[in-house]
Design a protein around this ligand. Structure first.
Ligand SMILES: Cc1cc2nc3c(=O)[nH]c(=O)nc-3n(C[C@H](O)[C@H](O)[C@H](O)COP(=O)(O)OP(=O)(O)OC[C@H]3O[C@@H](n4cnc5c(N)ncnc54)[C@H](O)[C@@H]3O)c2cc1C
Length: 418
């Protein structure tokens, strides 16, 4: 039997896949979305940043997100030790206007909403269906799917890998990854009731608490439940991740108080959490999106934002390449350049966070030259920078570099426990 043929097949119906599918279907393309999981399904990545709102609007799903009852997030807070020293990034006070708020989302519901929007926009869906192999043909791709143990084939002019951190297409095509100079880490997390959260507008903020070798996130999901996770360096000993979580809570006075009455709601989950970037994100009629292209440490909650941005760039690239036959290499190069630039900006911020002397600069923000407002805008996800933001962020990075050599800003003592 002849395989059904699509303009685009998108592997993975997370935020990257559903956004790309929606934008391409809105432009009249015949799109097939494939996901091996049945939705709604649990997924980590619950804290959005406001720059992500732009693509959600473009997809036509923002109103549904606003009405879904998610916890409103107006800022991000960073602390350590006793929790007294705290940097509060209120998004509305960032250098870039219009990034006032976003949401903390349960991904099961958020991803379900985005998938429903993709189907409404005209995408076809195979679910549960696992993409197994992909073979390049003169006119595009022939893809093998496993559907309830049965093999099926489909054909498409374009193949988009939005299958997440498993590096599905990267492994298949043998695309190497570039190492990222950060130690290998893992994350262990759960949802809790009884966390000692403040009320009021700032009660919706994410709180990120630095501890030796890692950090905790605390993400309010609704009035009673909070997602709390630890990202820690992999140790040599065999202590179970859940025990490491409890040990680290006990060792930090802020987290001890925060979690004093906390009760886990579910089982603890663990995720190997290390960053990678593929050396190439695109080739002849294929593109990698979101985590499939590269994964950056989640300390600044940038994953869903980058997934949505990559989808927007990918849809633009495909539409441009179809319109200007023969110029595909240029379109591809632009996709690579634009996505890599966004990832690199977030990566610069992550490097600042993990380097103790740069972290000291981050935790002692200055209003001079509007540097704090500039960093705030990047924390809100502004990676496409105008001149005013670009030079300020470059200056901030320079101050961090200088502080590594000359220790101008007092060091923070991560072991201090009040
Ligand atoms: C510990 C941790 C904390 C994080 N916290 C945050 C946060 O607070 N905020 C944030 O924005 N991001 C966070 N992230 C990152 C975030 O989870 C991801 O960046 C985001 O989900 C990427 O979206 P995506 O669409 O690229 O991939 P995914 O959301 O992973 O979606 C991929 C989809 O592909 C499907 N799939 C996989 N393989 C196949 C296959 N072979 N065939 C068919 N389907 C397939 C999967 O079922 C899945 O539905 C965190 C990540 C980690 C590890």
């Amino acid at each position: 039997m002849a395989a059904t043929r699509y303009d685009c097949v998108v592997i993975g119906a997370g935020p990257a896949g559903t956004a790309a599918g929606t934008l391409l279907a809105q432009a009249g393309r015949r799109v097939l979305l494939v996901d091996k999981a049945i939705f709604p399904r649990f997924h980590i990545g619950e804290s959005l940043i406001p720059a992500a709102n732009r693509v959600l609007r473009k997809m036509g799903v923002w109103d549904q997100v606003e009405r879904a009852g998610f916890m409103r997030k107006e800022g991000a807070e960073f602390t350590y030790g006793t929790g007294e020293c705290r940097v509060r990034n209120r998004f509305s006070e960032g250098l870039v206007r219009g990034l006032d708020y976003t949401y903390q989302v349960e991904r099961a519901e958020f991803d379900r909403l985005l998938l429903a929007r993709a189907c409404e926009a005209g995408c076809e869906l195979r679910q549960p269906a696992e993409a197994v192999t992909a073979e390049q043909t003169p006119s595009g791709w022939r893809i093998e799917l496993a559907v309830n143990g049965v093999r099926e084939h489909i054909e498409a002019a374009w193949l988009l890998d939005a299958a997440g951190r498993g590096r599905w297409l990267g492994r298949h095509l043998g695309i190497p990854t570039d190492p990222i100079p950060l130690p290998k880490r893992f994350a262990v997390y759960n949802h809790f009731t009884g966390v000692a959260r403040p009320k009021g507008p700032e009660g919706g903020n994410i709180i990120v608490t630095r501890v030796p070798g890692g950090w905790f996130w605390s993400i309010p999901l609704d009035e009673t439940r909070t997602s709390v996770g630890l990202v820690a360096q992999r140790g040599e000993d065999r202590t179970l991740p859940e025990q490491v979580f409890h040990q680290r809570v006990a060792q930090n006075s802020f987290m001890r108080t925060w979690m004093a009455d906390a009760q886990p709601v579910e089982r603890f989950r663990v995720e190997a959490d290390y960053s990678f970037l593929h050396r190439r994100f695109a080739g002849e009629r294929w593109l990698m999106l979101g985590d499939a292209a590269g994964f950056i440490d989640p300390v600044f909650s940038s994953g869903v934002y980058l997934a949505l941005e990559s989808a927007d760039l990918a849809a633009e690239a495909i539409l441009a390449a179809d319109a200007q036959r023969g110029l595909r290499a240029r379109v591809r190069a632009r996709y690579e350049r634009e996505l890599r630039a966004r990832m690199q900006t977030m990566l610069r911020l992550v490097e600042v966070y993990y380097d103790e002397r740069s972290f000291a600069v981050f935790m002692n923000p200055t209003e001079r030259f509007d540097l704090f407002a500039a960093v705030n805008a990047v924390v809100g996800g502004t990676t496409r920078m105008g001149f005013g933001l670009r030079w300020r962020f470059a200056l901030f990075l320079l101050v961090c570099r200088l502080n590594r050599r000359f220790s101008m800003v007092p060091a923070v003592n991560l072991d201090a426990d009040g």
